[in-house]
Design a protein around this ligand. Structure first.
Ligand code: ZN
Length: 465
């Protein structure tokens, strides 16, 4: 198959462009990762899913060994300090716990592990090195224990966000400080009190600003200039603008990354998500509680609901959309499993799927191609449904092992039979008849039922798909 032309929308140029990697043997992508102080919300899930699809596509086009995907973990931040103090635990405990939950959440969403997930606290030396170079080059200055980036030292500052100057100044004035020379100058390094995390530096004991973290980690793992930088649209200004300023002025390069990609906003049931509005939805509770829409949602259903909207469009996350995605995925899985009949899905995605994704990740058109396979009738049906299985695997909507299992969607589960088997198993356990209890568990597992034995002696269950 000839490699399709990959076209990506570049925020830097506001156009869809042919993607030409700097080195096709080493395609490099950086995506801003989570600040680990609380459960990730469903808005955080969007870039993780979108750039996972791009990662899968790049690996397909250039070869698995030729793509490096870096997604950082921000484990030093004032929000982390505040939350750790509030909960009365150490910063390390908080960041470790939050990161563990984040990793489990995104795995459930069908995301591959990035090549590297660097932690900010392990790259302080690189941050100090960049700041020293910026000071030496006249792009930064130390004042009052702080180091600030001098925005007027960069004539084309603001190229990514294209915001009018007065708007940027108004935004930057939010944190007015006596040590700032220019209104838009931003913090690279700040002093730490004894109670705050800090590292020794030429400017005293302190800690980095947020923007410098990404410049340091992308440099260390991908080099001075790389191919793709991604994140949510809310990061364009000031975060990405400032990353660009730091990296370009430090390394004297015309660009930091060639292509800048941003996913659109996410709303929940038609409203902006916020803790005060009470519509704050975390990935964890969607997967593990029945808080949203009155039921548990599987990772693949969440992923499909997300991919039905093009990544640059705003998305409205609703329980209706999840229900639709669940029905669709259930139908696709059933067809693919029947056709595969216990065999593994083929390794290659269909040409139509790859072509759709290569057009700036047109997931809507990609999912239409899956529907076409699903709706195939007659002689070609079996082959089409087997290919559907392969395409579901490629998109991260199913694993190969899941596809090999017999199908047990919600609709086909005989609830009375499941309950009868569970009751029989509880009785066997009460009689210490472990062999019978295990046999009944195996029977339930064969029906794709997973059991959870609770401390109070009851057993709850769910359909595992
Ligand atoms: Zn970043």
């Amino acid at each position: 198959m000839p490699t399709p032309r990959l076209r990506l929308y570049n925020t830097l140029t506001r156009t869809k462009e042919d993607f030409v990697p700097i080195d096709a043997d080493n395609v490099r992508m950086y995506v801003c990762g989570p600040t680990v102080y609380d459960y990730a919300h469903i808005g955080n899930a969007r870039p993780v899913i979108v750039f996972d699809v791009l990662y899968r596509l790049l690996r397909h086009l250039y070869g698995e060994k030729h793509v490096a995907y870096v997604r950082n973990i921000t484990d030093v931040d004032d929000k982390i300090n505040a939350r750790a103090a509030e909960r009365g635990i150490s910063i390390r405990e908080l960041t470790e716990e939050t990161n563990r939950i984040f990793q489990a959440d995104v795995k459930a969403l069908g995301c591959l592990e990035p090549t590297v997930q660097p932690r900010a606290t392990e790259h302080i030396a690189e941050m100090i090195a960049i700041i020293e170079r910026l000071i030496a080059g006249g792009h930064a200055y130390a004042a009052d224990g702080h180091v600030l980036f001098s925005v007027p030292s960069m004539p084309d500052y603001g190229r990514l966000s294209r915001r009018p100057l007065d708007e940027m100044i108004a935004g930057a004035r939010v944190d007015v400080a006596p040590y700032k020379k220019g209104d838009m100058d931003f913090v690279l390094w700040k002093p730490s009190a004894d109670s705050e995390p800090g590292w020794e530096s030429p400017w005293g004991r302190g800690r980095p600003g947020w923007h410098i973290e990404c410049s340091a980690m992308s440099w260390r793992h991908l080099g001075e200039t790389f191919d793709i930088h991604g994140g949510g649209i809310d990061l364009v200004f000031p975060h990405h603008e400032n990353e660009i300023a730091q990296s370009r002025c430090c390394f004297d390069t015309p660009v930091m990354a060639n292509v800048w990609m941003h996913n659109g906003f996410l709303q929940v049931e038609g409203e902006k998500m916020s803790k005060s509005a009470g519509n704050f939805v975390t990935i964890h509770e969607l997967l593990h509680s029945e808080k949203f829409g009155g039921q548990l949602w599987s990772g693949p259903v969440l992923r499909l609901a997300m991919l039905r909207t093009h990544y640059r469009q705003p998305i409205d996350f609703t329980s209706k959309a999840l229900e639709d995605a669940r029905k669709k995925l259930d139908a696709w899985m059933r067809a693919a499993r029947l056709a595969l009949d216990g065999e593994a899905a083929a390794p290659e995605p269909s040409d139509d799927l790859v072509a759709a994704l290569a057009d700036d990740l047109n997931t809507h058109s990609a999912l239409t191609s899956l529907d076409r396979l699903f709706n195939t009738t007659g002689d070609g049906q079996s082959d089409a449904h087997r290919q559907l299985g392969a395409d579901l695997v490629f998109l991260g909507l199913a694993s190969r092992s899941e596809l090999k299992k017999p199908h047990a969607g919600f609709v086909s589960v005989d609830v009375d039979k499941v309950q009868a088997l569970i009751d029989a198993r509880l009785a066997a356990r009460a009689a210490k008849n472990w062999a019978e209890s295990d046999r009944l568990r195996d029977e339930l597992v064969a029906m794709s039922i997973t059991l959870k034995d609770n401390k109070d002696g009851t057993t709850t269950w769910e359909v595992k798909r």
